[in-house]
Design a protein around this ligand. Sequence first.
Ligand SMILES: [Zn+2]
Length: 427
Amino acid sequence: MGVTDGVISSIAPTRPGTDDSGTEDSGTEDSGTGETGAGGTGMWLVPGLLDLQVNGYAGVDFNDGHLEAAGVGQVVHAEWQLGAPAICPTLITGPEERILDALAVIAAARRSDPMLRHAIPCVHVEGPHLSTEEGPRGAHDPAFLRPPDINELARWQRAAEGAVGIVTIAPELPGALDYIKAAVAQGVVVSLGHSAATREQITAAADAGAALSTHLGNGCALLLPRHDNQLWPQLADDRLAAGFIADGHHLPADMFVAMTRAKGVDRSVLISDSVALAGSPPGRYRTAVGGAVELSPSQRLSLAGSEGKLLAGSVSSLTQCLSWAIDIAGLAPVVAFQMATANPWRVLAGGAMAAEALGRGALRIGAPADLSLFQHDPRSGWIEARAVLVAGVPVLAGHPYAGKGPEGPHVAKPGVTADRSIGGRSK
Ligand SMILES: [Zn+2]
């Protein structure tokens, strides 16, 4: 594979014995995350990971009211080290001033550095138009929940210099349908979440243009009626893609597998929903997300006093989520990678960010050279980034291909491999 001026300029089949140390030999024929399998030892070259939901990372919290441009860069650089070239910073429920301030800081960071702009295709605002019911509202501060207001969206966009690309709302709130129509008309992707919506309300929201479910299976009541609940209509409606938090705590593996099968390979998106505490030791902390939280030794982050039941975000990166999806949930690697690359970009391409999203998350000539080379450790089950290119620029310390195996990297080429089965442990 060749890279010129930040874009993929050539792709050629692997020639056995070739050692092209300048750029990677990409083996389009053995595109084989499917054949390498979860227990393999191969290297996987994947295009353009994108995490649609990142509240913070590495000690930086996009929502603590103290965000600075340097912090935005810090999160992006941390994500690059983990193998994710792009993220959508996610702002949650809070006073409007705090949301506007954070949007302005992110906008300034994007303006100041073309690489940051490339790494942050848009911002996701999750809230404040969410359910006030206990359970559905999750960790969102009830003091700042409010009904949908399209004028507030306009103020967000002014502060963000137009970079708000996704808004999560609860579709049952008064005025939600008009809000969805107006937001979609402006090119914003509307996602449904933290909701107690009925089947009819979900269908009406999709009719109005909603295109995504936010962390499906979370942000809803702890107990749901078996037939008449919000999961089935969101799974069954092909107009809705769905994000899934694949951190091993938010969804049991069998539920995750069953839901991604129902949603389909092309409409399922892996997200981390990571928070600033990612990478911190177990203990009690105070966060902007929901006040006092507890991080357990098993890396489960929940509201203090909820006995681990009310989760307060994840402390996993998207790369760790991929490890879990492949090694614990048993997704074929090519399927898991598609859910973290091509699919999230396709979600963005449905909105005004289309121009920035088109062609990304794909291994094809002319696409931006956002490439991550992952190595799978069959003993630990983890995958680790060995090389990461962002717009053609190597962003990991050391030799970019130091970890290249003797067979050369396998290529996870979303959507073209024969093995598109989803999960399960029978394989
Ligand atoms: Zn949430």
